[in-house]
Design a protein around this ligand. Structure first.
Ligand code: MG
Length: 165
């Protein structure tokens, strides 16, 4: 049995995951404009994953017999200016999402809702991977940032290979 407060937090998390997808699609748009299709692809793969996260939480709530009502998704931040801006912004955003998952997890444990806590274990592991991916991309970018455009285009070609896992 999932209590009302946990259910509310999970519905809010659906919104945060959908916002994440929206944000990453906007980052992809930014890179399309910069003629960096590999970076754009990397963020589109990420956007699709966020949609899947939202659906996972929705499925969990539905199977627990809770009603799900969706709310408006905020306009994504589109203040990116420099090539690296979305990379730093996405790491910061994933850290915020991790914190949000932890809050629900800690609340679930505090009310002995082990069903939800167990469900969130997958998300905790996933967030570890999301942050590592974002950090790795920043590291690769910093190696070539400020160098010739050739390095940037080599990295862009590498990012085209990202698959949705
Ligand atoms: Mg997510």
């Amino acid at each position: 049995m999932i209590n009302d407060e946990i259910a509310k937090m999970l519905v809010e998390q659906i919104n945060k995951e959908l916002y994440s997808g929206y944000l990453y699609m906007e980052f992809a748009n930014f890179y399309e404009e910069k003629k960096l299709p590999g970076f754009a692809h990397w963020f589109m793969v990420q956007a699709v994953e966020e949609y899947e996260h939202a659906m996972k939480i929705r499925d969990f709530l539905i199977s627990a017999g809770r009603k799900v009502t969706l709310s408006a998704i905020d306009e994504p931040d589109n203040s990116s200016n420099k090539i690296g801006d979305p990379l730093y912004a996405s790491l910061k955003h994933e850290q915020y999402i991790t914190f949000s998952i932890y809050e629900i997890y800690e609340k679930a444990l505090s009310v002995k809702d082990h069903l939800t806590a167990g469900f969130l274990n997958w998300f905790i592991k996933e967030q570890g991977e999301e942050e590592a991916n974002a950090q790795e991309l920043i590291k690769k970018f910093e190696l070539i940032d400020g160098a010739s455009g050739r390095g940037l285009h080599m990295l862009d070609r590498e990012l085209v290979n990202r698959k949705n896992d």
